[in-house]
Every structure is written in C-alpha cells, then in structure tokens.
Design a protein around this ligand. Structure first.
Ligand code: NAD
Length: 349
C-alpha cells in the first residue's frame, strides 16, 4: 500500500505496467471494462465542455507517434501513443502508450501511468458503449477480424457490456487466431476459429475489424456485408490506413467520435469532406438518433479520441486512491523556496 501525504506535492503517483496488471486482476477485467464504460459514457455526456483538438500526429514511413490532449477545465490529460504496423515482426508492439493527468489550477501532474494495456481496455469499452447504443436488439454474435493485441479486450467488452456470447475469429495469421482463442478460453464466451473473413461474419450481428496495415486495405468488401448489422471498425485510424470498401460506407449510417479528427484518420477519409456523420455524444445525450430500424447498417468509424483516454485516466486515478497500486515518482523539482531552483541544485552538489 502506498500513500502520498499532502507535503509530497512534488511526488507524482506512477502506475507501472506491473501495477496496472495487478489493478486489473484486483478489479476483474470485465468489471473494469464496465467501469471504464461508465466513465467514458459520463464524459461523452459532457462533451461540449471539453477542450477538443484532433490529435497531434508525427508521421514517418514506418508509423506514427501521436499526442492526444484534452481538458474539462479542472483536469488536463494527454496520452502519448505510437502506431507501427510492422513492429510485431521485430518483437515490438504495434501500439504502446503512456498518459498523464494534471491539475488545471496549478499545472501539477497528479498521475502518470502506463497506457498500453489501458488503451486496449478503453478502446474496447468505447466499442461496447457504442455497440450497446447502435447494434441491432438481441445482438449476441460478433465477428472479430484481426486477432492481434486488441482482440481479446474487444471480445470481452462486447460480452460484459452488450451480452455477446459468441465470437467468430479470423486473422490472415492463423497463429494470431489460435492465440486469441486460447486466451478467451474459460471466459464464458463461445469461440469459433474461422478460415476466411466471410466465414467469420456468418450469423454475426456485430462485425469488428481490428487489423493493422499501413495502407488502404479491404478487410470487408461490399458483398460481404448484409443489412441489419453493426460494424465496429477499429483498425483504420491513420491517414492512408482504412479497412472497408467505400461502397459499404455509402450503405451505412456512420457514427464518429470527433468528426474533425475522424475525417483525417478514419474510414471516412475515403468520402467527400461533407458526407453526413453523426457524433456519438449526440446519440448518448438524445440529440441525435441512433439505430432507426432492423435493416440499417450502422458503422462506428472508431479512431480513438482524447476524451476516452481522459476518462480512462480518471478511472485509474480513482482506483489507485483506493488500492494504493502506484509508486511515488520524483518527477517535479521542489525547492523549499519556489524561486530558488539554482540554490537547490547547488546544495545537492
Ligand atoms: P496487432 O498488430 O497486434 O494486430 C493486428 C492483427 O491484424 C494481426 O494479427 C494481423 O495478422 C492482422 N491482420 C492484418 N491484415 C489482416 C487482414 N487483411 N485480414 C485479417 N487480419 C489481418 O495490432 P492491434 O494492437 O490489435 O491493433 C489493431 C489496429 O487497431 C491497429 O491498426 C491500431 O492502430 C488500431 N487501434 C485503434 C484504436 C482505436 O481507438 N480505434 C485503438 C487501438 C488500436
């Protein structure tokens, strides 16, 4: 158990990967997904008061490094995250992240945490919040195309929050599918390993695409998608990186997090800049309609927005206050006289 005293104002609570994993086991992965979903939904409902900007992206041939800031006026948060689709070939992950919360009143950080695992959880929780809103009533089968790092989290969030009881897995790499199936054993969800994407979407009311490839890929062609499904498109989240054939977009009602960012990064980069989309927060607050009928195709063009990370950071801050699962980090210089920074340095010598 770690505790910070008020006098430790310059020590920042830091949650390591190990402590994050302990926290998830302590809370329970499905319970944590539900908790994160509650925080995300609460923040989406107060969407208008947040500072919002498309994330700041630094692109290279191999991938992207991004900063994702936002503030609700009291608390400021940001996430550092990378996306490098070829990384797994050399033993690195496609996506890694860390994040920070700070007190707006004095600018002092109040939390620094790993966010690689937390991003997978928050992305999955967001997918499920949106699917609960838009998927056809009684949806219980999900196709999961792309069985990499995010896939088990996506599957479990859909189970915990939307009542999905069967996932149909497909990946071009059979080892990834086998890994996902193995990891989902014992989680109370039926898992079917499929040979093709067509096979995976048979009988599925929810189709999640979560592949990593730095190109305009076609994971789903138009003829594969029937009416009355909800598509949860996660993987296309960068300029030049999409997963769906444009014809599918023309048949779908498209729902997005923050249009200014999604038009740059999402599936809709393939459409005219004025193509109509609906913002999720407006559906959550009752200002816009979600699913209209059973035959409609709803598409969540997910790219991941800063407010979801802010919600996840808030959730972790509240949890560590109870569990003590953090360590104090000597991150901020703290001279006795705030103006005597040099004196503090000299005395240390
Ligand atoms: P990962 O590299 O661990 O897994 C990707 C999987 O996709 C791999 O197993 C790969 O074999 C498979 N794949 C590639 N092309 C395929 C194809 N044509 N058909 C079927 N499978 C294919 O990556 P990850 O961490 O699971 O992330 C997946 C994607 O999701 C990445 O592009 C990442 O940037 C994105 N992502 C989005 C969000 C969001 O908020 N929208 C959050 C996190 C990650």
């Amino acid at each position: 158990m770690t505790n910070l005293k008020p006098s430790d104002k310059a020590l920042v609570p830091f949650v390591s990967v190990d402590q994050m994993m302990k926290l998830i086991h302590h809370v329970g992965v499905e319970e944590m997904l539900r908790g994160l979903a509650e925080y995300i939904e609460a923040d989406f409902k107060r969407w208008e008061l947040f500072d919002k900007t498309p994330r700041v992206a630094s692109h290279s041939e191999k991938g992207v490094i991004e900063l994702m800031p936002t503030s609700d006026g009291d608390v400021y948060g940001f996430k550092y995250v990378n996306g490098h689709p070829d990384n797994t070939k050399t033993g690195f992950q496609t996506v890694t992240a860390f994040g920070l919360l700070a007190n707006v009143a004095n600018g002092y950080p109040v939390l620094l945490t790993e966010m690689t695992i937390l991003t997978a959880l928050r992305t999955a929780a967001t997918s499920a919040v949106v699917a609960r809103l838009l998927a056809p009533k009684g949806s219980h089968v999900m196709a999961m195309i792309g069985n990499g790092a995010q896939s088990e989290f996506q599957s479990l969030a859909m189970k915990a929050i939307c009542g999905v009881d069967e996932v149909r897995l497909y990946d071009i790499d059979r080892a990834a599918t086998a890994k996902c199936a193995r990891n989902l054993e014992g989680h109370g969800i039926k898992v079917v390993e499929c040979d093709t994407a067509e096979d995976a979407i048979l009988g599925a009311q929810i189709i999640t695409t979560c592949t990593a490839d730095k190109q305009y890929a076609t994971i789903l062609t138009d003829n594969m998608v029937g009416s009355g499904v909800h598509i949860n498109a996660i993987g296309g989240d960068c300029p030049g990186k999409t997963e769906l054939a444009p014809a599918i977009l023309h048949r779908s009602d498209i729902f997005v997090e923050y249009p200014e960012q999604t038009r740059i990064e999402g599936e809709i980069q393939q459409l005219e800049a004025d193509h109509a989309v609906t913002e999720i927060w407006q559906v959550l607050t009752g200002q816009a309609k979600g699913r209209r009928d059973d035959r409609q195709i709803t598409l969540f063009d997910s790219v991941g927005f800063a407010i979801e990370d802010f919600s996840a950071l808030r959730y972790v801050r509240d949890q560590i206050a109870e569990t003590g699962l953090f360590q104090p980090l000597d991150l901020l210089a703290d001279p006795d006289d705030p103006r005597d920074l040099f004196g503090m340095l000299q005395r240390a010598g």
